[in-house]
Design a protein around this ligand. Structure first.
Ligand code: HDE
Length: 680
């Protein structure tokens, strides 16, 4: 039998090349290949007469346009994606026979799509929401999809509730309000009536729901999966992505403003970073539990509303994914990509998590509708890099031209081929888990503790993260109309922390719960973003600068910023060039109209000898807003007039009062935010 499954490292890109078309410098043709002589005037009966049916070019152009849209994803509609590669650090041979996890140094092409969940395709990207983090590994054994989120737990424990959850979170059906938001009655009504959501709600109310960048968020497979090794031995496994830049967030006021100023903020950040060669990187981590230890924990390891605390089950880092290539065409790749948690390779298997089990049905079903038939695996972005052979035939949009007479199994006309593969030939064999039980519509008692880990999450937050959670609840419930729902939620979260519940009750004007709280003191430091890597790399600094700037000082600061990996962008009253004291010219990137403070990580206030009052006003506004969002602010000698009132506050640095100003400023930028302005 021929072995046509050998693939090379760049095969996905090479495969895509077969489909890439560059229309530049070409003659225009119809879809039948006929050269077109006129594209601006339809064919008419006389110059002022009616358009003729005969105009096949007009009809083809218009018909194609009329059919350009496909249904958006029912959830995760707003997304953005990039290509990259995964490199293995350490062999996982002991735990799994998956080929792409065997050889240290081996590389596998990947495609990753990030998304928000609730909003429609055109919604703002800074919504308070979960982020999808879906990865397709194009392995030589077929596609493996790790379809995860940026939060490690989920709202519900059984997939049968998913349509209810999604109906509740989507805009309310009678008026289609609000878009991309959980801050409304039906969502919170669902929460109050489905207390299993408590842990996930704590995550959704935390800073994790408003990430600074797709490049700065963790990813989680959420469910418990199985690794199976060559000997047939199985382990429970959870997957983690850890961004090398650390996980960071914006503040809520900023998120809302960014949605107005630049609703494409996250996609632009990803696109530009890859374009600039600042490739986003995420390390892959696995938590592994021996089968024998399945019942050793104080939670059920199959419950998707529970994490395995990293302090109890360490995350083993096994490789790194680098996103290094933007898509060529968003529709063809990002929109048409079809993920499925059931796309696995030998060595990776499922657990009985009832949420996962339901997903295994839903994803194919949704693709059939969204991509218009059963041949979506033939779309260039979805094709595995290894060949595929079976007896499936026909259907809308079929591209493969299957040769021969036989399209059934078993057969003798084609010597019973395509033939099934034995396990030692790479055939996928489901893990032979021993099963027993009665058919019941029920949930295990071991899934019924809904609050212990919500409390652990709360215990693990820093003071400022707790403040943000209180504010988030107060905002969300402040938008809810029903007093009864507000009260039910406050009472529900009294089970997590009494003071949290009382604060929310006070803010939204409902009765403070008198009892509640928890005796659980367990915490998991790994859950706080405050404890994560902080780096200056790729942070954007707004340089507020005008004509006649102090050249020597500015140039040396900009050099240090750049060598620290920081990206300064020049902001002034008008576009064009600015001139320094000794003739140095700087090109302006944005005016105060297009370059708002919420779009930057820090500000460097410079000014110049020839600025006007308007510049001063705009700069002051810019700096005040950055200060209110806890951002580092650096001021040059001439810029220090704008920081007079805040000069003694944390994270405000001037070249007048700091010796090694530039490097101190870079450190300040690395620290992300100066929360002590809020809590002190
Ligand atoms: Fe999904 N989910 N989901 N989901 N999900 C979809 O598939 C579904 C769940 C996730 O960028 C849909 O192609 C059910 C958990 C991501 O294309 C749909 C349940 C997690 C994406 C679907 C869940 C996810 C989706 C909509 C409850 C994290 C976007 C369009 C059991 C582990 C993938 C589509 C992309 C998309 C169903 C719960 C992640 C309808 C039934 C838990 C990242 O099939």
């Amino acid at each position: 039998m021929s072995d046509d499954r050998k693939v090379n490292k760049n095969s996905k890109n090479e495969q895509l090349n077969m489909y890439r078309v560059d229309d530049k410098d070409k003659k225009m043709t119809t879809n039948q290949g006929l050269k077109v002589s006129e594209d601006a005037f339809s064919l008419k009966a006389g110059e002022r007469g009616p358009t003729l049916m005969e105009d096949f070019h007009f009809r083809e152009k218009m018909t194609h346009f009329d059919h350009e849209r496909i249904p958006e994803r029912v959830v995760h509609a707003r997304g953005y994606a990039a290509h990259g590669e995964f490199e293995l650090y350490e062999s996982m041979k002991k735990y799994t026979k998956a080929k792409f996890l065997q050889e240290p140094g081996s590389k596998t092409p990947v495609f990753v799509r990030f998304s928000t969940v609730a909003g429609s395709r055109g919604s703002g990207e800074l919504a308070r929401d979960v982020r999808g983090f879906a990865t397709k590994f194009y392995t030589e054994e077929g596609n493996y999809d790790l379809v995860g989120n940026n939060m490690p737990v989920f709202f519900i424990q059984d997939a049968i509730k998913f349509p209810d959850l999604v109906h509740a979170v989507k805009p309310e059906p009678h008026n289609e309000i609000p878009q991309a938001a959980t801050a409304h009655d039906t969502f919170w009504d669902f929460v109050a009536n489905n207390q299993e959501s408590a842990h996930m709600i704590m995550w959704a109310m935390s800073d994790r729901a408003i990430p600074r960048s797709f490049r700065m968020m963790e990813g989680f497979g959420v469910h418990t999966f199985r690794f199976v090794n060559e000997e047939g031995q199985a382990y429970f496994v959870k997957f983690h992505w850890k961004p090398t830049l650390g996980a960071h967030s914006v503040v809520w006021d900023e998120a809302q403003k960014i949605n107005g100023k630049n609703p494409d903020f996250h996609r632009a950040d990803l696109y530009e970073s890859i374009d600039n060669g600042d490739f986003p990187e995420y390390e892959l981590g696995v938590q592994i539990i021996d089968e024998a230890d399945e019942f050793k924990f104080d939670f059920d390891i199959l419950d998707p509303t529970k994490i395995w605390p990293e302090e109890e089950v360490p995350v083993k880092i096994i490789g790194k994914m680098t996103l290094n290539r933007n898509v060529d065409n968003v529709f063809a790749e990002t929109e048409q990509v079809a993920f499925h948690p059931g796309s696995v390779v030998p060595g990776i298997d499922f657990s009985n998590d009832p949420l996962l089990q339901g997903r295994l049905f839903s994803y194919t079903d949704t693709q059939l509708f969204r991509l218009g038939g059963p041949n979506f695996h033939e779309l260039p972005i979805n094709r595995p890099v290894c060949p595929f052979h079976n007896n499936q035939r026909d259907g809308y949009g079929r591209q493969t031209i299957n040769k021969g007479q036989v399209s059934y199994h078993n057969n003798s006309l084609a010597a019973n081929t395509p033939e099934t593969a034995k396990e030692d030939e790479g055939g996928y064999v489901h893990y032979q888990e021993k099963m027993e039980g009665r058919k019941v519509r029920a949930r295990s008692n071991s899934f019924k503790d809904h609050f212990s880990q919500a409390v652990m999450f709360w215990n693990s937050m820093s003071d400022v993260e707790k403040e943000h959670i209180k504010d988030a609840f107060s905002f969300e419930l402040g938008m809810v109309q029903s007093k009864s729902i507000q009260q039910q939620i406050v009472d529900m979260f009294a089970n997590v922390d009494l003071e949290l519940a009382k604060t929310i009750a006070g803010n939204i004007g409902v009765t403070e719960p008198q009892s509640g709280g928890s005796s659980i003191t367990k915490s998991s430091p790994a859950l706080s973003q405050e404890n994560m890597t902080k780096k200056p790399n790729t942070r954007k600094v707004a340089v507020l600068i005008g004509d006649g700037f102090e050249e020597k000082e500015v140039k040396s600061v900009l050099d240090v910023l750049k060598s620290g990996g920081v990206q300064p962008e020049i902001i002034s009253e008008k576009l064009g060039r600015l001139e320094g004291t000794d003739g140095l010219q700087l090109e302006v990137d944005h005016t105060f109209l297009t370059g708002e403070s919420v779009l930057f990580d820090a500000v460097y206030a410079v000014g110049g000898a020839n600025i006007n009052d308007k510049f001063c006003e705009d700069a002051q506004y810019f700096i005040n807003e950055a200060f209110a969002h806890f951002k580092p602010i650096g001021a040059s000698q001439s810029g220090d007039k704008w920081v007079k009132n805040i000069i003694d506050k944390p994270g405000v640095i001037t070249s007048n009062n700091t010796k090694s100003f530039a490097s101190t400023f870079v450190e300040a930028i690395a620290s992300h935010r100066y929360w002590s302005r809020q809590v002190s």
